[in-house]
Design a protein around this ligand. Structure first.
Ligand code: 5GP
Ligand code: ZN
Length: 131
């Protein structure tokens, strides 16, 4: 059983931010920034690409509500919403989850950087839209 399934089953303790029949939100143990929260479906899916769209939709709907509560009540100035998908993208727990990372200022303890690549956009579009 994966570590998040064990948390959902109550076999490993967690700090619950929100729970219903389908979804659990807990404080991330790392607290990358204050209030760092993980929102997950109770049903085990390795990643969101495996989830039926309706279930993913409900997960994101709830993520929006929880993020608003976390940001407002912790007086954050914004947040990053992050879903790491597969090892190459930094996923370490293979049970899909959405990170809510409240942001307090631009120099807080997380940095996300987009580097520029010179690619032929028409060629990229053609590849994405094939079939
Ligand atoms: P990933 O890298 O897969 O996107 O994120 C996994 C997250 O789960 C990490 O931020 C890590 O701190 C958190 N995490 C790992 N094990 C536990 C745990 O046992 N309890 C809690 N609350 N968070 C965990
Ligand atoms: Zn699991």
């Amino acid at each position: 059983m994966c570590i998040f399934c064990s948390i959902i089953e109550g076999n490993i303790p967690s700090k619950k931010v929100y729970e219903d029949d389908e979804i659990l939100a807990i404080l991330d143990i790392s607290q990358t920034t204050k209030g760092h929260t993980l929102v997950m479906p109770k049903k085990h899916y390795e990643n969101f690409l495996e989830m039926p769209a309706e279930e993913f939709g409900r997960l994101m709907e709830k993520t929006k509500d929880i993020a608003a509560r976390v940001v407002n009540n912790l007086h954050a100035n914004g947040c990053n919403i992050l879903i790491n998908t597969n090892e190459v993208a930094g996923q370490t727990v293979m049970h899909t989850h959405v990170h809510i990372i409240p942001r307090y200022d631009e120099n807080d303890s997380i940095s996300i950087q987009f580097n520029e690549n010179k690619l032929d956009l028409d060629e990229v579009l053609k590849q994405i839209n094939q079939d």
